[in-house]
Ligand binder design. Structure first.
Ligand code: AMP
Length: 225
């Protein structure tokens, strides 16, 4: 029997709340792309192109990249064939205009959101987690130096890529990103909270608890991600 289910999911929440970690694991489980706009932007910066240099000026300040640029990036990503069965959006939308355009794009493909997960933890929990966060340059896998470090320091377990700390994962920058989140992204949570597939998940405790909750919402037997 073919699996007709679709997995179109949004992960919303403050910076450092764990969106990327859960999104990456679920994407792997369901064989769907994990579309993390922050990762796409960092790749563009890394490429050293003119667009990348322009994007860098926003990332360096902890500010949001303009909506028009983000919508173009997302629109072209959705055109790829691998999005047919589903996708997990992580880090988009971050403003109300982005949310409204996303709704139009999703509609234009004849899609709907199967799950909208709003993941949250306290600012203190997030700061502790984020200053200990490192990430693979190549595949984007996320590690925590306190409770989930790579087996070999500085090397990704999954692909052997270089593991590094993001420039914007310092306490000052996180504070700045919280402020931006409160001002620009909080209204997006309100906006989607009325959607029938909206779920709020606490991610300040052990990772497997939040993951079990997410999986039970998706209707999977737990423990086999
Ligand atoms: P993230 O990896 O999701 O924490 O994103 C890192 C940075 O990329 C953010 O602080 C923003 O500067 C930028 N960024 C990522 N996604 C978006 C978006 N949807 N809209 C605007 N800027 C974004």
């Amino acid at each position: 029997m073919t699996d007709e289910r679709t997995y179109r999911m949004l992960f919303l929440g403050p910076p450092g709340s764990g969106k990327g970690t859960y999104a990456e694991r679920l994407a792997k489980k369901y064989g769907i792309p994990h579309i993390a706009t922050g990762d796409i932007l960092r790749e563009l910066v890394y490429s050293g192109s003119r667009l990348g240099n322009k994007i860098k000026t926003y990332l360096d300040k902890g500010e949001l990249v303009p909506d028009e640029m983000m919508v173009c990036i997302l629109d072209s990503r959705f055109m790829r064939k691998d999005t047919r069965k589903g996708w997990i959006l992580d880090g988009f939308p971050r403003t109300l205009p982005q949310a409204k355009i996303l709704d139009e794009i999703v509609d234009s493909h004849g899609w709907d959101f199967d799950y909208i997960f709003y993941v949250w933890a306290s600012n203190e929990e997030i700061i502790e987690r984020t200053v200990n966060r490192v990430q693979c340059e190549k595949c984007g896998a996320v590690y925590n130096l306190l409770n989930n470090p790579p087996a070999v320091s500085g090397v990704c377990d999954k692909c052997g890529g270089r593991v590094y700390r993001r420039d914007d994962d310092t306490e000052d920058m996180i504070q700045r990103r919280f402020d931006v989140y409160e001002e620009k992204t909080r209204p997006v949570i309100e906006y989607y909270s009325k959607h029938p597939h909206f779920f709020k998940i606490y991610t300040g405790g052990p990772m497997n608890l939040a993951e079990k909750e997410i999986l039970s919402i998706i209707g999977e037997s737990v423990g086999d991600v």
